[in-house]
Design a protein. Structure first.
Length: 447
């Protein structure tokens, strides 16, 4: 039971509550991102629906477990915002690496089924958000249906391809990743609307086709206010034979009345060694990868961290240059901390092939959006800002420290955090977020 949830002590308590029959009808899996909360919720749904004799075994052959392992169970409903692209790309990488390692057809048939399931599940986590039960009467669903159908067909074709031409397998995986990125970009909103929760409430009151039904709501803090109130009604009167699981990295974003009706299971931040094991065992990645799970998944974005690193340095050098130009126009003295900022980032950007600082913010914005493909890949925008924050920390640690330098770095961090909130929670367009970010930084750089 829960064999695939590694290094989370809370799993023992969860398994104990299941075994004793004391599991509450509404649960909260809280804790840091990339801690396995979503995977644990899906495993819980499978265990509660299991019709086998040894309830909870991952390889249970009962029909219910087979459907749950492939994330096609009619008794499972999944909602919520999540970044899918990185996990899908990382799972595809695991499949392709295993295919390359196999020397014989027999070895291919032995090595590939587990990683094929990993890849299929990563895509189905996205497809589950488009369950017709959640989208009835939504005109947008019709526009997305062709992409959904294409992904379903590609997944069905995958089983035949993995025992054949490896070059064809690589192209097929690339096609799936491209279609998934398009579906995520066009169909997964930032906030769960009230209509989805109302549809989930209606679904929860239908009788299960098997033993038990489960609703998994990931990143539950990302709901419209009306959706939170609608969910509260389900929590106040939970239907029989239904378990509701909310996951959240920011549980204080939920209503206090919701929290009072949820039994909290707290997941912890895994140690670096534990995350290495997750990368090695789950994603078949390099065992010596020490940068952490978030960094590993982020490395599968089309722009690797190195390129974002260069683009971040280019942005910082350009902001410093624009502030210097403004002070010269005003015929004012240039603060030493501003000079230091420019001297640190300009050579770094040049060494990465980015060239001299941009002549103005319009040119800078054009360069950023051109190099990132307009941030169309979900998750690329926050990854860029996290890289920028890491660069500012690197500058702060360099050379001699001073109060002015610490204040400058703090100002950058505040604007980075504010911009991430604007893009993530308030659904402000990315060009507007970046324009406001640059203008605010320029003002903060001026004495």
């Amino acid at each position: 039971m829960f064999e695939n949830i590694l290094h989370q002590p809370v799993i023992k308590q969860l398994a104990s509550d299941i075994g004793s029959g004391s599991l509450a009808p509404a649960l909260l899996f809280s804790g840091p991102a990339y801690g396995g909360k979503g995977a644990a919720a899906l495993e819980l749904a499978r265990v509660l629906s299991c019709q086998g004799t040894g309830i909870g075994r991952w390889n249970c052959p009962c029909p219910s477990c087979l459907r749950h392992r492939n994330l096609v169970s009619p008794d499972l409903l999944i909602l919520g915002k999540k970044r899918f692209f990185q996990e899908i790309a990382a799972s595809s990488g695991a499949l392709l690496r295993q295919a390359a390692q196999a020397k014989t057809p027999e070895e291919l048939r032995r090595l590939l089924p587990p990683v094929r399931m990993l890849f299929v599940r990563s895509v189905r986590k996205l497809l589950a958000r488009f369950n017709p039960a959640l989208w009835e009467d939504d005109p947008k669903f019709g526009k997305l249906s062709s992409c959904i159908s294409a992904l379903e067909e590609d997944l069905e074709d995958l089983e035949g391809i993995i025992t054949g031409d490896r070059g064809k397998l690589e192209k097929h995986c690339a096609s799936i990743i491209k279609q998934a990125a398009k579906l995520e970009s066009e169909g997964v909103g930032d906030l769960i609307p009230i209509g989805r929760i109302r549809r989930a409430s209606w679904w929860s009151r239908l009788a299960p086709l098997g033993r038990h039904k489960c609703i998994v709501l990931e990143n539950a803090e990302y709901m419209q206010d009306g959706a939170k109130n609608a969910l509260l009604k389900i929590l106040e009167e939970p239907p029989p034979r239904v378990t509701l699981v909310l996951t959240s990295s920011r549980p204080m974003g939920l209503l206090p009345t919701m929290l009072s009706r949820l039994r909290d299971y707290r997941f912890v931040k895994r140690s670096p060694m534990a995350e290495e094991e997750v990368i090695s065992r789950i994603f078949r990645g390099p065992a010596a990868y020490t940068e952490g799970l978030e960094s590993y998944l982020g490395s599968f974005l089309p722009l690797k961290t190195g390129n974002l690193h260069a683009l971040g340095a280019y942005l910082a050098s350009s902001v410093a240059a624009e502030a210097v130009r403004e002070l010269r126009r005003r015929m004012k003295e240039i603060p030493p901390v501003l000079v230091e900022l420019g001297k640190f980032f300009t050579p770094l950007a040049e060494a990465e092939g980015m060239g001299r600082p941009a002549a103005d913010f319009k040119t800078l914005l054009a360069k950023i959006f051109a190099d990132t493909g307009n941030f169309e890949i979900p998750g690329l925008f926050p990854q860029f800002f996290r890289e920028l924050g890491a660069l500012i920390s690197l500058w702060l640690r360099s050379g001699r420290g001073s109060p002015e330098k610490a204040l400058c770095a703090a100002a950058w961090r505040r604007e980075i955090n504010r911009s991430l909130v604007e893009a993530d929670s308030f659904n402000i367009s990315l060009p507007t977020v970046l324009e406001r970010f640059l203008d605010a930084l320029k003002i903060r750089m001026l004495p």
